[in-house]
Design a protein around this ligand. Structure first.
Ligand code: PLP
Length: 380
């Protein structure tokens, strides 16, 4: 049997070789605490300064607009809880119905413990946020809007340009969970439109447990991790220089791939989607066909259990996901698909394929052939 084909990059991506090469000397040579006064500390500080300057140039953020975190969850927590506690205003949050649990649960925490009201914006059948509902929900004293750049389960890219215009004219800060964006969307453009932007290193080839929050200058945050006051007192804890370097190298590579290989990825994706829809009876694409991540294809397969399909595909060397990684193993239907109007039984048939810029058309053709056979065996 050929090597397994990994098609679950939206859950986690392998560490890039150039990241490993950059991180090795940081872990073995310039490993000192970057806050130390001695020369070894200065060497570590230099690597950290390099990572910070590199990320500022990739994202268009100023160096003092970057906060290194442990990943997407922490970035979302700090953006939403940190912002709401720093400036509660009318204690009113607006989030979309398709946000990741890290955003949903941050809002729920503020509701439970700090008396915030949360407006959840509906989405249409493609998972696109209802802009009229946003306009209606906005109040002058709304604390924060959080709308993701693109959805992890169905790949839909949100109309953040319009969301941003509405937020700006109401003078309400805007956060975006851009965890799925690298490689598909320009992080610089997204940060131009927003006040707070979350990233997770392991989604674009950095090491696990690395992440970033971009915070526009002047947007105050209450820290959610407190201690020694590192990172301008926004996120305490000895700074992880290796993670910072990993995120800088990996994000640079992801942005490079987007500009160089984005068009090819979109073509591979569309060819894959059209073959699946043509060759598998009852298959339906979930998410938007036009406004979609470059390397993401997701479907429901009426009458077939998504988990069973996933297991049989895995046994045949095709590794994918039955929904979001976080809800895998749970018996509940995906709240994202339910919000998009899919019935509960249909939501249980969801399967997601997410690939890399390096995934070839032949790889995806192999995945379709196996999928056709596995699907036929489960419906026989
Ligand atoms: N937000 C989105 C859209 C995600 O897809 C994920 C991970 O699946 C997260 C946040 C959480 O990121 P992390 O795994 O780095 O905590």
């Amino acid at each position: 049997m050929p090597d397994p084909l990994y098609l679950d990059y939206a859950a986690s991506a392998p560490v890039r070789e150039e990241v490993l090469r950059a991180v090795w000397p940081v872990l073995t040579e310039t490993f000192a605490n970057p806050a130390s006064v001695h020369s070894a500390g200065a060497d570590a500080r230099e690597r950290l300064e390099w990572a910070t300057a590199t990320l500022a140039s990739i994202t268009g953020a100023r160096e003092d607009e970057l906060v290194f975190t442990s990943g997407g969850t922490e970035s979302d927590n700090l953006a939403i809880i940190g912002r709401a506690l720093a400036e509660p205003r009318g204690k009113h949050l607006i989030i979309s119905a398709v946000e990741h649990a890290a955003v949903r649960e941050s809002a729920a925490y503020l509701q439970r413990h700090h008396g915030f009201r949360v407006t959840v914006l509906p989405v249409d059948h493609t998972g696109t946020v209802d802009l009229t509902a946003l306009e209606d929900a906005l109040r002058p004293d709304t604390t924060l809007i959080s709308v993701m750049a693109a959805n992890n389960e169905v790949g839909t890219v949100q109309p953040l340009d319009t969301v941003s215009e509405l937020a700006r004219s109401a003078k309400v800060p805007l956060h975006t969970d851009a965890v799925q964006a690298p490689g598909s969307l320009s992080i610089g453009t997204l940060f131009d439109r927003t006040d707070l932007l979350s990233l997770s290193g392991h989604k674009f080839g950095a090491t696990r447990g690395s992440g970033l929050l971009l915070v526009k200058r002047g947007v105050a945050l209450e820290p959610t991790v407190v201690g020694g006051g590192q990172q301008r007192n926004l996120r305490s804890g000895t700074q992880d220089v290796a993670s910072a370097v990993a995120v800088a190298v990996a994000l640079g590579a992801a942005e490079h791939e987007r500009t160089l290989l984005g068009q090819a990825s979109a073509e591979h994706r569309d060819h894959f989607i059209s073959r699946v829809l043509r060759e598998i009876p009852g298959a339906e694409l979930t998410g938007s066909a036009e406004h979609r991540l470059l390397t993401h294809a997701s479907f429901v397969f009426a009458g077939v259990n998504g988990e069973a399909l996933l297991v049989d595909l895995d046994a045949r060397g095709i590794i994918c996901s039955s929904g979001s990684a976080c809800s895998a193993g749970s018996q509940d239907a995906s709240p994202v698909l339910l919000a998009m109007g899919f019935s509960e039984p249909l939501a249980h048939t969801a399967v997601r394929f997410s690939f890399a810029a390096s995934t070839t058309a032949a790889d995806l053709d192999r995945a379709v052939s196996v999928l056709v056979e596995v699907h036929a065996s489960l419906t026989r």
